[in-house]
Design a protein around this ligand. Sequence first.
Ligand code: CTP
Length: 400
Amino acid sequence: MLEGKNIILGVCGSIAAYKSALLVRLLVKAGAQVQVVMTPDATSFITPLTLSTLSKNPVLVNYFKPDTGEWNNHVELGLWADMLIIAPASANTLAKMANGLCDNLLTAVYLSTKCPVYFAPAMDLDMWLHPATRQNVARLQSFGNTLIAPGNGELASGLYGEGRLAEPEEIVDFLSSTLKKKRLLADQKIMVTAGPTYEAIDPVRFIGNHSSGKMGFAIADELALMGADVTLITGPTAQVSRQQTVKRIDVTSAAEMLEACANNFENAKACIMSAAVADYTPAQVAAQKIKKQDDSLNIELKKTTDILKFLGERKAEGQILVGFALETNDEEQNAMNKLQRKNLDFIVLNSLNDAGAGFKKDTNKITIIDRSLQKTVFELKSKDAVARDICLKVAQLING
Ligand code: CTP
């Protein structure tokens, strides 16, 4: 998987820099061209000579080459790279990256590059646990950078805990499996819906629901990791995509979601419809704020278009349509009815009777029912892991 890839390996000032020698060797052995960029402090832990000998390339440390007066062009370096790996990533460099500082060549390359970025932190337990570091890591992930998590064990300080640089073999395995995964749905156009819809009653009030959008965003991120070209149509939510390639379309009402779905459906190889769309919407939206008057107030509602059914009726040969069913009773029977009524390829059943499943939680428990009414029951898992199960099923259907 790494054969022929141009890799920049950023090495920071950390005792774990000694592992960079082995990492360079493994990357070169896997067929990659490796350009090492060290921070000035990293050179106190391991010599540039070691890393340049192993990488077969001069190591870069400074903006300027002191002997010739030339400068190391961080923009060219950034554009050359197919991937930037920062290992070990020190707390200091993570903080600079998270805040856009570029006071050395490595951080300037980071800001200049457009390629995928992986960072493998190494630091002492308390530095790793500090809220500032937690925030910096979360910020980098929100930029679409990928964390290669540190391991647990004895640290240079003598303390035990999390903070050890992942082993070089683990880093190479992680990179290879990430690249392999990217091929699963490479360039397939996939549409995802997420979140609630808000149906206006008057200029200040609406009918909504408790959907957080977490499940749909996790699905969109997972599809992007599998290489898909993802369009995410979402109702109002505070969620953000962790994968920068996800194209997001914001909508508010069921009618707006229908329009966005109809516009994007034709080009989509698959659609995963996880939004909690309102089934009814006020028949009239009051032009002015409704004033408090009588003891009761009746609002007439009219049915919205069932978007999933609408798409199911227009589905072309080979297009894959996936729906969700959130049920409180007769779960499997209701889900099977929805699967058939809406012409789906499979349906993801959530039962509100399962502890840990449903709205706003970080976990979910699902059953997948396919067209032949075969059931697969999954354990309670994080929403990211559930997203993986759903997306693998889609990849399986697409790739036969
Ligand atoms: N759905 C949709 N458009 C609607 C309502 C629902 O696309 N107007 C989709 C949801 O995104 C979900 C599936 O239909 O994938 C099932 O939604 P759910 O609310 O469980 O089912 P309904 O068909 O609305 O049936 P009911 O509310 O009677 O359970």
